[in-house]
Design a protein around this ligand. Structure first.
Ligand code: IMP
Length: 184
């Protein structure tokens, strides 16, 4: 059974409002899929889904991509070496694919400070891919502390905590088809 955005709002009164509706998300993903298909006409890119939050985006995005491609999965956690998060990533689950000489598209749910994706890109560069680009559904630009090149961005959002479409609060609500803001 699936529910539309309004039904979810009725079920979950703690959601203050819908920031980006499911319809807007799907429309934007179709545009990104076309853009990526044009950019990778002569290549077979590997889409690397950064778990857990990027799984719905990966699924919908790759269904809008018309060039041959592969998918792989990676899970990382921000390693806290002391009292402050350094942004250094620890690999919880590594890729199965060899990315040497391959075109890699990292698929992320959200770029917040930018530390995680910056460190991850640095780490993957040591494996000598032909190229690495980032596709992120959301860009929380006002929270950025590390500038990172983002090639494909769905939406820029304000510095608010959002849930849904892969993004969790306490591991829940990833299944919401829209991006919502929780009541403070
Ligand atoms: P960054 O290293 O600060 O860019 O961290 C990005 C990660 O933080 C994302 O992959 C999310 O897992 C998490 N995150 C950042 N902002 C939000 C949010 O608004 N809702 C849920 N998770 C978030």
């Amino acid at each position: 059974m699936t529910f539309d955005d309004q039904e979810y709002l009725n079920r979950y009164p703690f959601i203050e409002r819908v920031l980006i509706s499911s319809e807007e998300i799907q429309k934007r993903i179709r545009q990104l899929g076309n853009e990526i298909s044009n950019d990778y006409k002569d290549s077979t890119p590997i889409f690397v889904c950064i778990l857990k939050g990027a799984y719905p985006f990966l699924a919908d995005l790759t269904r809008c991509v018309s060039v041959d491609h592969e998918v792989d999965f990676m899970a990382v956690s921000s390693y806290d070496g002391g009292t402050q998060s350094t942004g250094v990533v620890k690999i919880e689950k590594d890729l199965k694919s060899n990315i040497t000489n391959r075109d890699v598209i990292l698929v992320e749910d959200i770029i917040d400070t930018g530390l995680t994706i910056d460190n991850l890109m640095e780490l993957l560069q040591t494996r000598n891919p032909r190229s690495i680009r980032v596709a992120s559904l959301l860009d929380k630009k006002p929270a950025r502390t590390k500038e990172v090149p983002l090639h494909y961005v769905g939406f820029e959002i304000p510095k608010e905590f959002v849930i849904g479409y892969g993004l969790d609060y306490d591991e829940k609500y990833r299944n919401l088809p829209f991006i919502g803001i929780m009541k403070g």
